[in-house]
Design a protein around this ligand. Structure first.
Ligand code: SF4
Length: 64
């Protein structure tokens, strides 16, 4: 899968980094999302989709 994050929309809730810590982190300055793994493997895909679903600002887009 491939991920896009709209860090300008991110409100720094941190749910993505909690659900998929190998894929998402938060910037230390602003708390906004940092994409660690733009193309996660299938083993990470379920967590990534969960993160996208939970993100309150809809900042995460997951594509095949
Ligand atoms: S869950 Fe959404 S709003 Fe929260 S840090 Fe991640 S991308 Fe930003």
């Amino acid at each position: 899968v491939k991920i896009d994050v709209a860090s300008d929309k991110c409100i720094g809730a941190g749910l993505c980094a909690m659900v998929a810590p190998e894929v998402f982190d938060q910037s230390t300055e602003k708390g906004t999302v940092v994409l660690l793994t733009p193309t996660p493997d299938e083993a990470q895909a379920a967590d990534v989709r969960e993160a996208a679903h939970l993100c309150p600002s809809r900042s995460i887009t997951v594509r095949r």
